[in-house]
Design a protein around this ligand. Structure first.
Ligand SMILES: Nc1ncnc2c1ncn2[C@@H]1O[C@H](COP(=O)(O)OP(=O)(O)OP(=O)(O)O)[C@@H](O)[C@H]1O
Ligand SMILES: [Mg+2]
Length: 403
């Protein structure tokens, strides 16, 4: 809860308030070992980003489409599959900073302030031309409540609404990462251009990950170390391997004997991996065990539909419908404004026509008046000429009579 009265008066200040953590990316794609399909999707994402300006600038598509120009990506997959490192590697490949959003600081106890903070972090990313990263994004982009009796429900829905709008309008790169993609709001999913599935590594990848977790020259290894065997025996994630390597090294260094003789052996790695997998099992049981509902995890489903699935689909369809209604409602004022504009334009045209008809009438009146005056002048001339002729004739007759 970062916000205080200061932000209420001066507006959110993301970096100062710790809502985003700026990170100069160090890890690159060379540090990540990925299954081929994940790698391919990431390569395509990078091409999309790099060619974005050409597509929407040089090729003119930006002038035809004013929304959805941003580059929003969702990295979805089980824990420890490299989503966070890949966000860093993307920022590194683009030569940009990574702004990692911190939810604890983003959330405010003041009504409406969390939504403002969401907008502020997008603004900060825009100003700094940084890649914005929402790690564990299901925390913020989860489904909206379909009932809004409570203040917190309205607040949560308004945060998602603002997030949707910002994603739609943001023109930079924003990456979301989640291992609970099923919790995402369906409207949010639709607005994200590309979803990249981070799969669990296979034996080939695991063998390479084991090696990347050690220093090629400095880490002392015993002769018996066989990474291929470890990779084949333990189907863990990259994160599991990292934890196992650290545990194995700690166990090896803690053994009695001369430091110079100490080595990490196969049994250290194997014991550490057993421990990591055992700990995960405990966690899975407490989180997803018999007492807990069968939470939808896309990577461990057996494909069979449960009553919960149906309910979830209904709620999801309802939420999607609500979003459509909301979108329509949002579009109404715009349509009204357009109609108002058209009415104003029609009114202006009518006034112009009336004015020009008035002008024409005035013109016609003055032409008639001119003609009338000319005719009157001619008539007067004729009358004057006739009067002179009569007078002259009378004088001539009178003279003739006198003679
Ligand atoms: N594909 C990989 N290649 C190399 N190392 C990996 C890979 N995946 C994970 N690791 C190692 O595991 C650590 C944790 O990975 P990372 O934090 O990227 O996983 P994540 O998918 O973001 O997990 P979470 O869902 O728990 O946030 C990394 O720092 C790295 O050392
Ligand atoms: Mg992560």
């Amino acid at each position: 809860m970062a916000t205080g009265w200061r932000e209420l008066f001066f507006g959110p200040q993301p970096e100062r308030a710790g809502m985003v953590e700026p990170l100069v990316p160090r890890r690159t794609f060379a540090d990540v070992i990925l299954p081929p399909s994940t790698r391919r999707q990431l390569d395509q994402a990078l091409v999309q980003i790099k060619k974005h300006d050409m597509l929407f600038g040089d090729w003119g598509l930006g002038e035809r489409h004013d929304t959805g120009l941003g580059l929003a990506f969702n990295f979805a997959g089980p824990p420890g599959t490299g989503k966070t490192i890949c966000a860093e590697a993307i920022a590194h490949a683009l030569g940009k900073r990574l702004l990692v959003v911190r939810y604890a600081e983003l959330e405010s106890q003041w009504a409406g302030m969390t939504s403002k903070n969401v907008s502020a972090v997008f603004e900060a990313a825009k100003e700094q031309d940084a890649v914005l990263f929402f790690d564990e994004a299901d925390a913020i982009a989860s489904r909206r409540f379909t009932q809004m009796d409570q203040g917190y429900q309205r607040e949560a829905n308004s945060v998602v609404n603002v997030l949707l709008r910002e994603v739609e309008e943001f023109q930079g790169v924003v990456i979301f990462a989640t291992n609970l993609a099923a919790n995402f709001d369906p409207a949010f999913e639709r607005r994200i251009r590309t979803h990249i599935l981070f799969e669990m590594p296979g034996p080939e990848e695991r063998e390479k990950i084991w090696r990347t977790q050690l220093h090629a020259r400095k880490t002392p290894l015993a002769e018996d170390v066989d990474f291929r065997a470890l990779a084949e025996r333990y189907p863990g994630s990259g994160g599991d391997i990292k934890n196992a390597v650290l545990k194995a090294a700690q166990a090896a260094i803690a053994e009695p004997g001369e430091d110079a003789d100490k080595r990490i052996g196969q049994r250290h790695f194997a014991d550490a991996m057993e421990e990591v997998i055992g700990a995960k099992r405990v966690m899975d049981q407490s989180l997803f065990g018999a007492a807990a509902p069968n939470l939808p995890l896309p990577w461990n489903g057996d494909g069979a539909a449960t009553p919960g699935d149906e309910l979830r689909d209904d709620v999801s369809a309802l939420a999607a419908r609500l979003v459509e209604v909301e979108d329509t409602l949002v579009a109404i004022p715009e349509a009204l404004q357009r109609l108002e504009g058209q009415r104003g334009e029609a009114q202006r045209r009518i006034e112009q026509l009336v004015a020009s008809a008035e002008q024409d009438r005035e013109g016609a009146r003055s032409v008639i008046a001119q003609h009338q005056a000319a005719w009157e002048r001619r008539l007067n001339l004729v009358l004057a000429a006739s009067a002179v002729s009569i007078v002259l004739a009378v004088i001539a007759i009178a003279l003739a009579l006198v003679r």
